[in-house]
Write a protein that binds this ligand. Structure first.
Ligand code: GAR
Length: 204
């Protein structure tokens, strides 16, 4: 078993976390999720982690006096854990500058649109409102912007005339569960190289 540690940050339901759990515990990803951190004590994702016997930590955002205090506490935990990779999986906060600087190039996010289209909240609603015919999802490295870091993998899917936010989200999610584990695997196998904004995948 590889000793490459992954910390996953979550805020909600946890289906992407579940995909990562299955891919690590099933041996597809050469690493292990050592800790799941939630900013929301009610997150269903915490249950998924516990069921898989993975350590969890709640850093309830609402008990901190301000964002800086929350970020400092989170940084302290991350430094102690010292993971190889931090995965944001439905984590609904912008990661602070100090954490990004400390874990430069080692934080990944999944976003439910074909970036740079529709960053931020409610990406699927933004796509429907705009009227695009194709949407999808993006795994990218996290920088200081909102969903602006170098793109690792993307998958596309059609937007159908009958689609609602729910049906489009559901379709996109199926692709999220495929490309997030793929991207994490490539990262932990040292198959990614970043040149400026471009991420190259080593063959073989
Ligand atoms: C996913 O669709 C993820 O891409 C999105 O939230 C959902 C979380 O679902 N993330 C963002 O919008 C981040 N900006 P999950 O908790 O079931 O993985």
């Amino acid at each position: 078993m590889s000793d490459k540690k992954i910390v996953v940050l979550v805020s909600g339901r946890g289906t992407n976390l579940q995909a990562l759990i299955e891919a690590t515990q099933g041996g597809y990803i050469p690493g292990e999720i050592s800790l799941v951190i939630s900013d929301n004590p009610q997150a269903l994702a915490l249950e998924q982690a516990r069921k898989a016997s993975i350590s969890t930590l709640v850093l309830d955002y609402n008990i901190f006096p301000h964002k800086r205090a929350y970020e400092d506490a989170l940084l302290q935990v991350l430094e102690k854990e010292n993971p190889h990779l931090i995965c944001l999986a439905g984590y609904m906060r912008i990661v602070g500058k100090k954490i990004i600087a400390r874990f430069q190039g080692r934080i990944m996010n999944i976003h439910p649109s074909l970036l740079p289209a529709f960053p931020g909240l409610e990406a699927q609603k933004q796509a429907l409102d705009y009227g695009v015919k194709v949407s999808g999802c993006t795994v990218h490295l996290v920088d200081e912007g909102m969903d602006t870091g170098p793109i690792i993998l993307q998958a596309s899917c059609p937007v159908e005339d009958e689609d609602t936010v729910e049906s489009l989200s559901e379709r996109i999610l199926r692709y999220e569960h495929q490309i997030y584990p793929q991207a994490v695997k490539l990262f932990l196998e040292d198959k990614l190289s970043v040149v400026g904004r471009r991420v190259f995948i080593k063959k073989g």
